[in-house]
Ligand binder design. Structure first.
Ligand code: RIB
Ligand code: CA
Length: 326
């Protein structure tokens, strides 16, 4: 049994399949994580789809009570680029889940972030798995929220290569100005980039392991994950599809699975080929104070065991059994 009170958490995301998995991980462990709300931005696909996909994840998990807030449809300055090729037109390739019965909250995500962080009796952890627009706009509008943030754990950036360009990872590329606001906010940002997430790739054997759990949540995920299994193999020479965003929830639930280093990070906000690059001073050449805990290693087996156990727990939970699965 957990010895600590559940972690008060807000997830900011752009579902996408891997964000969808991250939501299901959170909702599988209510005794560990107290999800105060989900804020959504445009990102992988337009805001209409990302926000509906967040609702679909909550309903699949049997949690229509979760509050989901739509936020910024586009970055602070740049035009949004979508990842439709990766995750499909709707962002959830491979499945056609029913239209959600639950609705979005009427409050804008940025207002929810500010209102909640300004009134909370306890510090709140922020997990981010998409472009950082909502969080950055909240910080610019009300910098005092930073005092009530326990930790920010972000999927973004990379020590070495990019994915959407040779230089930059998608979340930071999409809104470099937003990423700049976070890394100059004075908070140390826990940063899980491609160097780590590219170690977390799916396999056909693991899909079979999930299907053997014989529960609709796990089965829905394998349908989605099989659908984009080959993309990363073809584009990055990996052995399966990359589970980027679930790494953030894995870190929150068991940070001992990860290795990190305190270093300085600067975001390239130019308009050239370096746009959105995270310049991670891994060898501390610049002598600048660390503004990030940068993760570079993960216990892959430990992570997949954790993820599988979380998904297995849906086998004995009440949840929306059917999804219209294709
Ligand atoms: O670069 C990977 C990130 O971009 C993930 O968060 C994925 O969902 C996409 O948003
Ligand atoms: Ca994402």
């Amino acid at each position: 049994m957990p010895t600590h009170a559940p972690l008060p958490l807000i997830l900011d995301c752009d579902p996408g399949i891997d964000d969808f998995v991250a939501i299901l991980m959170i909702l599988a462990a209510p005794e560990r994580i107290n999800l105060l709300g989900i804020t959504v931005s445009g990102g992988n696909v337009p805001l209409h789809h990302t926000s509906q996909n967040a609702l679909k994840a909550c309903e699949l998990a049997g949690r229509p009570d979760v509050k989901v807030y739509a936020g910024c449809p586009r970055p602070i300055l740049r035009e949004l680029v979508y990842e439709v090729e990766v995750y499909g037109e709707t962002g959830l390739k491979g499945v056609d889940l029913p239209t959600p019965q639950m609705s979005l909250q009427s409050t804008h995500a940025v207002d929810f972030l500010i209102d909640t962080l300004m009134t909370t009796p306890k510090k709140i952890t922020l997990a981010t798995t998409g472009p950082l627009t909502n969080i950055a706009v909240a910080i610019v509008r009300e910098p005092r929220i930073l005092d009530n943030i326990e930790q920010i754990v972000t999927m973004g950036g990379s020590i070495e290569l990019g994915n959407i360009t040779p230089a930059a990872e998608f979340n930071f590329y999409a809104d470099p100005e937003a990423a700049h606001v976070l890394y100059t906010s004075g908070k140390k940002i826990t940063t899980i980039g491609l160097d780590t997430t590219h170690q977390l790739v799916t396999s056909l054997d693991w899909f079979d392991r999930l299907d053997a759990l014989d529960n609709p949540v796990a089965h829905t995920l394998t349908l989605m994950l099989r659908a984009f299994y080959e993309y990363d193999m073809k584009h990055f020479g990996l052995t399966g599809g990359v589970l980027h965003d679930p790494s953030v929830i894995g870190y929150l639930l068991n940070p001992l699975l990860f290795k990190e280093k305190d270093v300085h990070v600067e975001i390239d906000t130019s308009f050239g080929i370096g746009r959105g690059r995270s310049i991670i001073d891994w060898w501390r050449k610049r002598g600048l104070p660390a503004n990030a805990h940068v993760v570079n290693e993960v216990d892959v087996k430990g992570f997949f065991d954790l993820l599988t156990d979380l998904l297995a727990s849906y086998g004995n939970k009440k949840q929306k059994a059917e999804g219209a699965l294709t």
